[in-house]
Design a protein around this ligand. Structure first.
Ligand SMILES: CC(C)(COP(=O)(O)OP(=O)(O)OC[C@H]1O[C@@H](n2cnc3c(N)ncnc32)[C@H](O)[C@@H]1OP(=O)(O)O)[C@@H](O)C(=O)NCCC(=O)NCCS
Length: 198
């Protein structure tokens, strides 16, 4: 089956939510862990399509998006937008008494409620990304193709660096990023910040 990479479109939004949920638990399916199946995508996927769609791409197979790379090209500009425009409604929706089916859902609830801090990597590596592929597309070169596509778009705009956060348990993703040339920038208690100069 042939896979094509194309710029993301507004109509891809339901697929972004689906892919985010089905890969959300350190790369594994998180569907059974959530009372609200949209919660994780509301934080890690959807906002990027609204903030800067030109740096969002999907991998499509059989006319259906099955993977994405989502990016904010200037994290220092993204953070105040996310905090000011996107998160207030989510914080109302997910108030203190919101039900949670698992510790992981409670962790995402806490992440949504926590005020954002300035990103120390935003100066040297202004862009940050999220990439997820459904299992059917994994291990076939699509991840590399999505990163290459994003890197070309960022270079064309003169963005000098790109970074990301990856959970310590996601050893496959860490190996993938290393293979593509990302270096570890900082070890956190939750995982690694990795970056690449462009
Ligand atoms: C992690 C992920 C994006 C990688 O994409 P992918 O399409 O599976 O990876 P590719 O097939 O493009 O691999 C690219 C290169 O990385 C290498 N690689 C990928 N996974 C690897 C692993 N676990 N160990 C060692 N090398 C690995 C490949 O061998 C390949 O090398 P090559 O191009 O020199 O042959 C994808 O598997 C995925 O979405 N996983 C689930 C969600 C997830 O974990 N997202 C990241 C959250 S931080």
């Amino acid at each position: 089956m042939s896979v094509s990479i194309r710029p993301a479109h507004g109509s891809d939004l339901p697929y972004l939510y689906e892919i985010c949920l089905k890969t959300g638990f350190s790369g594994a399916d998180a569907e059974a862990l959530f009372d609200d199946p949209y919660m994780i995508g509301q934080y890690y996927a959807a906002p990027y399509l609204f903030f800067e769609p030109e740096f969002c791409f999907v991998a499509e197979e059989d006319s259906r998006p099955r993977g994405y790379i989502l990016c904010a090209s200037d994290t220092a500009r993204f953070i105040p937008w996310f905090e000011g425009e996107w998160l207030p409604l989510l914080r109302k929706r997910y108030a203190e008494d919101h039900p949670a089916r698992s510790d992981f859902e409670r962790q995402i609830l806490a992440t949504i409620r926590r005020p954002l801090e300035p990103d120390p990597f935003a100066e040297a590596y202004p862009a940050h990304l999220h990439i997820d592929l459904l299992p059917v597309l994994q291990g076939k070169g699509c991840g590399r193709a999505l990163v290459d596509t994003l890197v070309a778009a960022l270079r064309a705009r003169g963005v000098p660096g790109l970074h990301l956060g990856v959970g310590a348990a996601n050893v496959n993703a860490i190996a993938f990023y290393r293979k593509l040339g990302f270096a570890a920038l900082k070890e956190e208690d939750w995982g690694l910040v990795m970056g690449m100069r462009l």
